[in-house]
Design a protein around this ligand. Structure first.
Ligand code: M6R
Length: 599
C-alpha cells in the first residue's frame, strides 16, 4: 500500500521521481522520500506528510543525478516519521532501498545483523533489506540482492541502489512492480500512473523476478540468475484518464463516471440476446460458488449471492477473504471460488484465492486493475474496465462489480440452456443511460447533506438486494466523513438497533418498490414513531412514504435486479457531500489507503 518509483536515464531524476510520487499518493501518503545518486554519493531527502512537503523542501535544491529511487509510505511497521520513511540505508550509506510489502522475519534478521555490528535507524521491517544487501555486497548489486532475498520471508516489491554502481536492481514477490521502457531511459514503479507521462511501454514483473537496469537498458532474471523472458506491453490508459477532469475530487469524478464505466463493462458482452463472457467455467463445472472479497467488494459479493441464486439457481456462499483464509474452509473440487477486487492486489483476497487453488477448486476473478497480481493468478476472469479508481472510497468499481456479477448470473442461466428474457437484456443495455439520469439527484442530495454534516451517527436500512446497498452506504459515509454509520437489513432493527433511534438519529431507507415494500414501510413507521429523521430513496408509488419521510430522494424506476446499481448512487453522493462540507480530505481519508496489500 505504498508507492515506488525509480529512474535511470539521461535526465535529472529528481523531478521525474517527485512527479511519479504525486501520481502514487493514493497508495499511501503519510510520508515520502527520495534518493538520487550524484557524484558517487547519495542525496537523500525525506518528509512526513504529503509529497507536496517533500517537493517544497527540494524546490531550491540543484540535484543533477540521473539515477534515483523514491517512495510514498503508508505506515505498517513504525509510526509515520522521517526516520521510518523510505528510502532506507545501511550504516555506511552505501546501499539504499525502497520497499513495499512486509518482511515477516525481520526481527530475527535484525537481531543477527545487530550482533554483526549493524546499527539501525528506523523501526521498519524494510530497513533490514538495506543492511542485508550491504552485508553481501562485493561489488555486484545484483548478486547481493539475490543473496539477501534468499533469506527473506514475506512479500516485497523493492528497488535497490549502490553508491558504487550506476544501476538499479528491482525484485518482486507478492507486491506489484513494473518497468517503463523509454528511449534511453528506464523507469520502475509499483503502479502504472507513475509512468504514464513518460512511456506507455511496460513490462510487468512476475513473482521471483529480478530486474537489472543500467544505461544499456534492462535484463530480467530469476533469483538463481537465469534469464527470464517478459513481454513488453502497451498501456491503453491515457494520462488524461487519471486527471480530475474538472471535478473537485477524484471520488466525485468517479461517481459521475459510472455511466461510462458501466458502458465499458457491458460493451460487447450483451449481444444478439446473449451474454458473451470469455470465462473458462460454466454451470457444469461446479455445484456451489464461494465468493471472497473485502470491504466494498464484499458488499458487491453479497449482492452477487442474491443475483446468482435468483437468476441461475446455483447456491452461493459469501465470505470475508480475511476470515476464509484462516478458518480452514471446506473447499470441494466441485466449488467455484470467485475473488472480487478492484485493485487485484488485496492481500487477504489473494491469500483466500491461493488457498482455494491449493485445494484444487476452480477460480474466477472479478477485477478492475489490468495486469494486477490477481488477474495473473486466477483461472479466468471478468475485467471491469472501469478505468483507474483513484479516490480511496470505492464507487465506480462497486457498480461495475455488481454489473459483472449480474452478467455472470445471466451467463450461467444461459449456459444451463434456460432462456434469457430479451426485455431484461434490452434494459441492461440501457443501464448506463439510466445511471446518467440517476446522477441528477446530485443537487437534491447536496441540500440534504448540508443538514446532516454535524450528525454523529447514521443508520442505513434496506432489504433483499438492497440490504448490501445499505451496508455500502454506511461504509462510504464512515470512511470519508468519519461519522459513525451502520447498515442493517431493515427487519433487524427491532432486534436491537431500534434502541438507538431518537430525534438525533437520521435513518436512510432504501425504499424503492419491490415485493418487500410494505414491510419497509412498517419499519419506517417504527422509526417515525420514535422521532428518527427519515431520508428515503424511492422510485415509484411513494405517496405514503412521502408522508413518513423527512427527505425524499427520487431515482428512476428500473428492473429490481439493477436497483442496487441505481440506489447506491445517492448514497455515494450523500457521503461525498457530507465529507466535503466538513472540509475533509475526501480522496485520501485518514488511516486508509487505496489498496491494502498487507494483512
Ligand atoms: O481493491 P479491493 O476491491 O480488493 O479492495 C477491498 C477494500 O479494501 C476496499 O473496497 C475498501 O473497503 C474501500 N476503501 C471501500 O471504499
Amino acid at each position: 500500500m505504498c508507492g515506488i518509483i525509480g529512474y535511470l536515464g539521461g535526465k535529472p531524476a529528481k523531478n521525474i521521481l517527485i512527479d511519479g510520487l504525486k501520481k502514487l499518493e493514493y497508495r499511501g501518503y503519510d510520508s515520502a522520500g527520495i534518493c538520487v545518486l550524484e557524484k558517487g554519493g547519495f542525496i537523500i531527502n525525506k518528509k512526513v506528510g504529503p509529497v507536496a512537503s517533500l517537493e517544497k523542501a527540494l524546490k531550491q535544491e540543484k540535484i543533477e543525478g540521473v539515477i534515483g529511487i523514491a517512495h510514498t509510505r503508508w505506515a505498517t511497521h513504525g509510526v509515520p516519521s522521517e526516520r521510518n520513511a523510505h528510502p532506507h540505508f545501511d550504516c555506511q550509506h552505501e546501499i539504499t532501498v525502497v520497499h513495499n510489502g512486509i518482511i515477516e522475519n525481520y526481527q530475527a534478521l535484525k537481531k543477527i545483523l545487530i550482533k554483526e555490528g549493524h546499527q539501525f535507524s528506523s523501526e521498519t521491517d524494510s530497513e533490514v533489506l538495506a543492511h542485508l544487501i550491504e552485508k553481501f555486497y562485493r561489488g555486484n548489486l545484483e548478486t547481493a540482492v539475490s543473496k539477501a532475498l534468499a533469506l527473506i520471508e514475506g512479500s516485497y516489491g523493492l528497488v535497490a541502489l549502490s553508491v558504487k554502481e550506476n544501476k538499479l536492481v528491482a525484485a518482486r514477490r507478492s507486491s506489484p512492480l513494473l518497468l517503463g521502457i523509454g528511449k534511453h531511459e528506464t523507469f520502475i514503479a509499483s503502479d502504472i500512473p507513475a509512468l504514464l507521462k513518460y512511456t506507455k511501454r511496460v513490462v510487468y514483473l512476475k513473482d521471483g523476478d529480478l530486474a537489472i537496469i543500467d544505461a544499456k537498458g534492462y535484463k530480467i532474471k530469476n533469483l538463481n540468475g537465469q534469464k527470464m523472458d517478459r513481454q513488453v506491453e502497451d498501456v491503453k490508459m491515457s494520462a488524461a484518464q487519471i486527471e480530475k477532469k474538472g471535478f473537485k475530487h477524484f471520488m466525485l469524478k468517479e461517481v459521475f463516471e459510472q455511466p461510462q464505466s458501466l458502458n465499458n463493462l457491458l460493451s460487447g458482452r450483451v449481444k444478439d440476446n446473449k451474454i458473451k463472457l470469455s470465462v473458462k467455467v460454466g454451470p457444469k463445472d461446479f455445484e456451489k460458488i464461494i465468493i471472497v472479497a473485502c470491504g466494498t467488494s464484499w458488499h458487491s459479493a453479497l449482492i452477487g449471492k442474491y443475483l446468482i441464486e435468483e437468476i441461475a439457481r446455483i447456491p452461493v456462499e459469501v465470505d470475508y477473504a480475511s476470515e476464509f483464509r484462516y478458518r480452514q474452509p471446506l473447499i470441494k473440487l466441485t466449488d467455484l471460488i470467485i475473488a472480487i477486487s478492484q485493485s487485484g492486489e488485496t492481500a487477504d483476497t489473494l491469500a483466500a484465492l491461493r488457498e482455494a487453488e491449493k485445494q484444487g477448486a476452480k477460480t474466477l476473478g472479478i477485477v478492475n486493475v489490468v495486469g494486477s497480481t490477481m488477474t495473473r493468478e486466477v483461472g479466468s476472469g471478468i475485467y471491469l474496465h472501469a478505468g483507474p479508481e483513484i479516490g480511496v472510497a470505492s464507487t465506480k468499481a462497486f457498480s461495475s462489480q455488481v454489473g459483472a456479477l449480474l452478467l455472470f448470473a445471466l451467463y450461467l442461466k444461459q449456459e444451463k440452456h434456460e432462456k434469457l428474457d430479451p426485455r431484461l437484456l434490452a434494459d441492461l443495455k440501457r443501464l448506463p443511460a439510466i445511471v446518467e439520469q440517476t446522477l441528477k439527484v446530485d443537487k437534491e442530495v447536496k441540500k440534504i447533506a448540508l443538514k446532516f454534516k454535524n450528525t454523529d451517527h447514521f443508520l442505513y436500512l434496506g432489504r433483499g438486494l438492497n440490504f448490501p446497498v445499505a451496508l455500502e452506504g454506511a461504509l462510504k459515509l464512515k470512511e470519508i466523513s468519519y461519522i459513525h454509520a451502520e447498515g442493517y437489513p431493515a427487519a433487524e432493527i427491532k432486534h436491537g438497533p431500534i434502541a438507538l433511534i431518537d430525534e438525533k438519529m437520521p435513518v436512510v431507507f432504501i425504499a424503492t418498490k419491490n415485493d418487500l415494500s410494505e414491510k419497509i414501510i412498517s419499519n419506517m413507521q417504527e422509526v417515525k414513531a420514535r422521532g428518527g429523521k427519515i431520508i428515503a430513496v424511492v422510485d415509484q408509488d411513494y405517496g405514503y412514504i412521502a408522508k413518513l419521510a423527512d427527505y425524499l430522494i427520487k431515482v428512476p424506476v428500473v428492473n429490481k435486479l439493477f436497483s442496487p446499481i441505481v440506489n447506491v448512487i445517492p448514497l455515494q453522493l450523500l457521503a461525498y457531500h457530507i465529507a466535503d462540507r466538513k472540509g475533509l480530505n475526501v480522496d485520501k481519508p485518514r488511516n486508509l489507503a487505496k489498496s491494502v496489500t498487507v494483512e
